[in-house]
Ligand binder design. Structure first.
Ligand code: NAP
Length: 233
């Protein structure tokens, strides 16, 4: 990763931020982009001179086109966008909220991939993010499931269509969001008491999957699951 320029959209918090820190430790230059530039600038101050920040709403096609023309050449695109409203019982969800979630997480990733092709390295790669609801049913996750399923299908098609650029995805299981979060673990237990690992995944464990996909030149169309064994249980 030394000397590589890596764009992480959604990298101001959570798994994306954890990944940014790991990549900087490995010698990469990291660009983080999302809507809240003040938050990103604070994060960049912590990350140091190997990080830079850009404001971007990935669901806004014209904004993405303008962003790439300003950004210039880079090696890898990673997207870790989490929509503002994602889960909820199907019968209580407003279709407009589900549409907004698709705009951010599905169309955001699609548009970012669609317009990066003039400036991403031909030896580079794209890593999307899905989630295990793509392949297993959970109460209240119908919209999330549909978005993640669409991302996994897109990953496999683009791996063929965009070669030699590699296209992969990480599918996280239940990953800690704010440190070792007991409340979140209790919520996850109510959804799935069967997780073999008997704990939430750490953000570092999730970040390691992206690093594997960025580094391994012989992976494309691959979906790496980080779920503590949940999908096998
Ligand atoms: N954590 C888990 O347990 C888990 C499980 C399964 C899947 N996932 C997936 O893993 C990914 C990362 O999850 P996380 O929990 O680490 O996420 P997170 O920290 O909650 O959110 C990531 C970032 O997405 C950005 N964002 C939202 N809408 C955006 C938009 N339209 N354009 C650009 N940026 C946008 C937000 O920044 P701004 O507000 O500044 O835009 C936020 O910093 C997500 O795709 C999530 O669905 C996570």
């Amino acid at each position: 990763m030394k000397g590589k320029r890596i764009l992480i959209v959604g990298g101001g918090t959570g798994i994306g931020l954890c990944l940014a820190k790991q990549l900087i430790d490995m010698g990469a230059q990291v660009v983080i982009a999302s809507r809240n530039i003040k938050k990103l600038e604070r994060v960049c101050t912590e990350l140091g001179t190997a990080a830079s920040a850009y404001p971007l709403d990935a669901g806004d096609e014209q904004a993405v086109i303008g962003f790439y023309s300003e950004l210039g050449e880079f090696d890898h695109l990673v997207v870790t966008i989490r929509p503002d409203h994602l889960t909820g019982p199907f019968t209580e969800s407003a279709p407009a909220d589900s549409r907004a979630a698709f705009d951010a997480k599905f169309w955001g990733q699609y548009i970012l991939a669609r317009y990066c092709l003039d400036t991403i390295s031909a030896k580079g790669s794209i890593v999307f993010t899905s989630g295990i609801a793509a392949v297993r049913g959970y109460q209240g996750f119908s919209c999330t499931a549909a978005i993640n399923g669409a991302i996994e299908s897109l990953t496999k098609s683009l791996a063929v269509e965009l070669a030699p650029i590699r296209v992969n995805a990480v599918t996280p299981g239940f990953i800690e969001r704010f440190g070792d979060d007991t409340e979140r673990w209790n919520m996850v237990q109510s959804l799935s008491a069967r997780i073999p690992a008997k704990r939430l995944g750490t953000q570092i464990e999730a970040a390691n999957a992206y690093i594997y996909l960025l580094q391994n030149q012989y992976t494309s169309g691959t979906i790496v699951t980080v779920d503590g064994g949940e999908l096998s249980a």
